[in-house]
Design a protein around this ligand. Structure first.
Ligand code: COA
Length: 375
């Protein structure tokens, strides 16, 4: 059998699994649809970035206004949805497990969930992108014994996420920073969760199923789950003075430092640079030492291991400065990344062939069945 031997049992490293026009990584450069991530982070909004990811071009003013209106319209949950979703267990439940289940449940209320009509599928995409953040906010409300807060259709997606979670109007700076975080997390070429979404979509399963697959993949600590683990590490270390020793010991024990390393970026993740400066100013404003601690860890890991921070490292202290509970960091990643998954699902549908790789046989051969009485 023909195999790419270098990639077998190596997480498909170096394997090009499909062509894509959504986002590209070249050396330390990330582009969405040809636009540099730095350019989008500085000038765009999450809603505009989603339009770009789905339509392969920036919208004009009327198109963007319309798109924003359509997202706002879909952001809210019905009374029945709130009632049923509020009954799901929350005690000792990780929000990513809850989100995976809740997202799957949404499909049961959606009469277009199984549709193969293109326009209906785009409506499903809009609903999912609008509602995943609402689900995360609802989870936070329910576990704190608080009532669901309806979104304000006049406000942005980023504004509404904080409003629905906290029940109070967010500060303008928080909204701006959060919006930038959403842009930075929206897509990332053929990462583990996008690939999961594409694999599920390739069987011509429905969009909800593909997104639920992706949520399951994002949950893992080697992928989206790393941002929460980074913050737990910072809290565990406790002070800037203890950071170098903590990291040196962890590396000596062959432990992985969450938020470092990347399968593709070997010369740095451009998103980490943007998040680093956001972390610096937000931690200073919040009066915490988490940026300083992060910088010491960053310098130590680079010196000892030659590894650079990825998107998850500085996003942890950024979210912490916004008073977001630690276990919601990965669900927030999903809130943004769902838009990228959907772009991948549509790209997959547009030139589909089912993913069906081979496994290289390393097991036993030629065995004869022994009746149970003789074993
Ligand atoms: N801390 C310490 N060592 C690390 C490391 C980290 N975060 N990331 C990679 N390494 C080391 C590995 O131990 C391995 O060393 P070895 O060759 O001596 O065994 C080497 O670097 C290669 O790592 P590997 O895990 O094989 O790379 P990968 O391409 O399979 O994995 C990641 C990429 C991102 C999964 C990996 O770097 C990692 O686990 N990082 C921490 C989790 C994280 O931040 N994930 C979010 C990614 S955006």
């Amino acid at each position: 059998m023909e195999t790419y031997s270098g990639a077998v049992d190596k997480g498909l490293e170096g394997v090009v699994a499909c062509t894509t026009g959504i986002s590209s990584i070249v050396d330390a450069t990330l582009c969405y649809r040809g636009y540099l991530i730095e350019d989008l982070a500085a000038n765009s909004t999450f809603e505009e970035t989603v339009f770009l990811l789905w339509n392969d071009r920036l919208p004009n003013k009327a198109e963007l206004d319309d798109f924003k209106k359509n997202i706002s319209k879909e952001m809210g949950l019905t009374e029945d949805q709130v009632k049923q979703l509020s009954q799901l267990p929350v005690k000792d439940v990780h929000p990513m497990a809850w989100l995976r289940t809740a997202t799957s449940m949404l499909s049961l209320w959606d009469s277009e969930a199984q549709s193969t009509d293109e326009a209906a599928q785009h409506r499903v995409a809009l609903k999912l992108t609008a509602k995943v953040g609402t689900l995360v906010a609802l989870f936070e409300r329910v576990r704190n014994g608080k009532a669901y807060v309806s979104p304000n259709p006049e406000k942005s997606f980023a504004w509404n996420f904080h409003y629905m979670m906290a029940g109070t109007e967010p500060d303008a700076e928080v909204v701006k920073v959060f919006d930038t975080c959403l842009i930075l997390h929206a897509d990332h070429e053929l990462n583990c969760s996008a690939f999961s979404a594409r694999v599920t979509a390739s069987s011509l399963s429905d969009i909800y199923s593909a997104v639920v697959s992706a949520i399951g993949a994002l949950k893992g600590p080697l992928h989206g789950g790393a941002n929460e683990q980074v913050m737990r590490m910072l809290v565990d270390i406790g002070t800037v003075e203890k950071a170098t020793e903590w990291v040196t010991n962890a590396l000596a024990n062959k432990e992985k430092i969450m938020g470092f390393g990347h399968r593709v970026y070997k010369n740095g993740d451009p998103r980490a640079k943007i998040l680093r400066s956001m972390s610096q100013s937000l931690c200073k404003k919040a009066g915490t030492s988490y940026y300083d601690m992060s910088k010491v860890i960053d310098d130590t890991v680079q010196k000892e291991k030659g590894l650079l921070p990825n998107v998850d490292f500085y996003s942890a202290s950024v979210y912490y400065s916004m008073n977001i509970p630690l276990d919601l960091y990965t669900p927030i990643f999903a809130t943004s990344r769902v838009s990228g998954w959907l772009a991948h699902i549509f790209e997959q549908f547009s030139k589909n062939r089912i993913y069906r790789p081979r496994g290289e046989w390393i097991g036993k051969e030629g065995l004869k069945y022994t009746p149970i009485a003789n074993r």
